[in-house]
Design a protein around this ligand. Structure first.
Ligand SMILES: *[C@@H]1O[C@H](CO)[C@@H](O)[C@H](O)[C@H]1NC(C)=O
Ligand SMILES: *[C@@H]1O[C@H](CO)[C@@H](O)[C@H](O)[C@H]1NC(C)=O
Ligand SMILES: *[C@@H]1O[C@H](CO)[C@@H](O)[C@H](O)[C@H]1NC(C)=O
Ligand SMILES: *[C@@H]1O[C@H](CO)[C@@H](O)[C@H](O)[C@H]1NC(C)=O
Ligand SMILES: *[C@@H]1O[C@H](CO)[C@@H](O)[C@H](O)[C@H]1NC(C)=O
Ligand SMILES: *[C@@H]1O[C@H](CO)[C@@H](O)[C@H](O)[C@H]1NC(C)=O
Length: 392
């Protein structure tokens, strides 16, 4: 039983709501009827068809209307299954709750071995993306058969993630760790990290970097002693200042992209933000705060209590970062009037030796960043329904 509030004003509001709801439902049913007549399923009798019209197939994945709904397996996971010996009706499988995906080359074998060993011990599913075409040289590691290997020559972490971590494929996992390979995890415990970000409600996060040993690009990533997490940083002089009144990246609502951790919901959104052709992922990081499930001021942060060392090895898996080039200006990607060229120190292509592939990669990264920002601005302009939650 629902008891209506006695206050007449409230009651009127509720009645209005009910009328509106019935109007919407009416329109919906009429629409559905037209739709069903347009696309008759040939083998059904008229009677069945009438029954079918009553059903709401609208939430079904496209193309599955010919199947009974209960048989649809809408999502998947990255678990390997034995060829025999499983009780198919046993629902008590202990699925890993989170996923580590890491792009790596054989040169970083030792570091990556430590990372993966640690994550497997903590019950993670692990996916290893090989960008150097070398897969079999990992075989001697005891975990080699327990993780999923994907190999594609000269592809980046973002390229792999877009192709192999579709949100429906990784739907089982509470958190997605999409990491570079040049990270030392000696002081990092994945399980404790997850309990901290759960507790703090962080949808997008990264472990802090040990400033003594790490290559640091952005001050917000620096570990603070005696702190559990931090969500913003301050900078009162020089370029790229951050005050208490700053409202967006890079002062807050932002993490760097060498070791991001996404909640399931944030990943679902972030996957769509990753562009198929912009494989270096530059620029996307500034907009990821839109994928936090709430205010990026609260939902995005850096975990100090569990921290890593960023070794700064330049590679496709690791930092093709703008080494020493600071992006920490008063840049918000939304503001297209920012002179992006200021960010580009090696932009003069004639300064770059042809042979230096790393410079080429970096130059390409800057180009992609500008392309991404242009796309964002265009998308904002052409989507009249979109509201910028972070305007100003
Ligand atoms: C697992 O099986 C038990 C016993 O058959 C059942 O009560 C329970 O609901 C099942 N759980 C899931 C998640 O299917
Ligand atoms: C589920 O699996 C765990 C660990 O293998 C086991 O301890 C537990 O008894 C199982 N529960 C059921 C209902 O089978
Ligand atoms: C990656 O690209 C470089 C430069 O084009 C090339 O020398 C190298 O062989 C490629 N790597 C693989 C695994 O194909
Ligand atoms: C933010 O605070 C700083 C220092 O207190 C001040 O100089 C600046 O004008 C403020 N900016 C805005 C937009 O209020
Ligand atoms: C971009 O930033 C500049 C300087 O902060 C400001 O004057 C301008 O109005 C902003 N433009 C947009 C479109 O927000
Ligand atoms: C770029 O290179 C050209 C040719 O070497 C030079 O004339 C120009 O000053 C350079 N521009 C910058 C910004 O370094």
């Amino acid at each position: 039983m629902v008891s209506l509030p006695s206050d007449p004003h409230n009651r009127r509001t509720i009645v209005n709501l009910i009328i509106m709801a019935s109007l919407i439902c009416g329109l919906y049913l009429i629409g559905t009827a037209f739709y069903a007549h347009d696309f008759k399923i040939p083998l059904r009798s008229e009677m069945d068809l009438k029954d079918a019209e009553k059903c709401k197939n609208q939430c079904r994945p496209q193309g599955t209307e010919v199947l009974p709904e209960g048989i649809l397996a809408k999502t998947s996971d990255l678990e390997m299954r034995p060829l025999w010996g499983t009780d198919l009706d046993n629902n008590n499988s202990s699925l890993p709750v989170s996923l580590l995906a890491i792009a790596a080359g054989i040169k970083q074998k030792n570091v990556v071995d430590k990372i993966i060993t640690k994550f497997l011990e903590n019950g993670f599913a692990v996916m290893l993306f090989h960008y150097d075409g070398i897969v079999d040289q990992w075989d001697d590691l005891q975990w080699a058969r327990r993780v999923i290997h994907v190999s594609a020559a000269n592809q980046t972490k973002w390229w792999f993630a877009k192709r192999f971590l579709h949100p429906d494929i990784v739907a089982e996992y509470d958190y997605i760790f999409l990491w570079d390979e040049d990270l030392d995890v000696e002081h990092f415990n994945p399980s404790r990290y997850i309990s901290i970000i759960k507790e703090e409600g962080l949808d997008i996060s990264q472990p802090a970097l040990d400033p003594g040993k790490s290559e640091i690009h952005h001050q917000i990533t620096v570990r603070r002693r005696n702190s559990k997490v931090h969500r913003r940083y301050y900078k009162f002089r020089g370029g790229g200042r951050c005050y208490g009144n700053s409202t967006g990246p890079p002062c807050l609502g932002w993490v760097e992209m060498m070791a991001p951790v996404f909640s399931k919901a944030a990943w679902r959104c972030s996957w769509y933000l990753i562009q198929n052709d912009l494989i270096h992922g530059w620029g996307i990081d500034f907009q990821l705060g839109y994928c936090a499930q709430g205010d990026r001021k609260q939902k995005v942060g850096v975990v100090d209590a569990e921290y890593i060392v960023h070794l700064g090895v330049p590679s496709l898996g690791g930092s093709n970062h703008a080494s020493k080039v600071s992006l920490t200006k008063d840049v918000t990607a939304k503001n297209s009037t920012v002179d992006n060229n200021n960010l580009v120190q090696p932009s003069n292509s004639s300064d770059i030796p042809e042979a230096d592939e790393r410079s080429e990669v970096r130059r390409q990264s800057y180009i992609e960043m500008r392309v991404f920002w242009r796309r964002w601005d265009k998308a904002v302009e052409s989507d009249k329904c979109w509201v910028d939650r972070y305007a100003n």
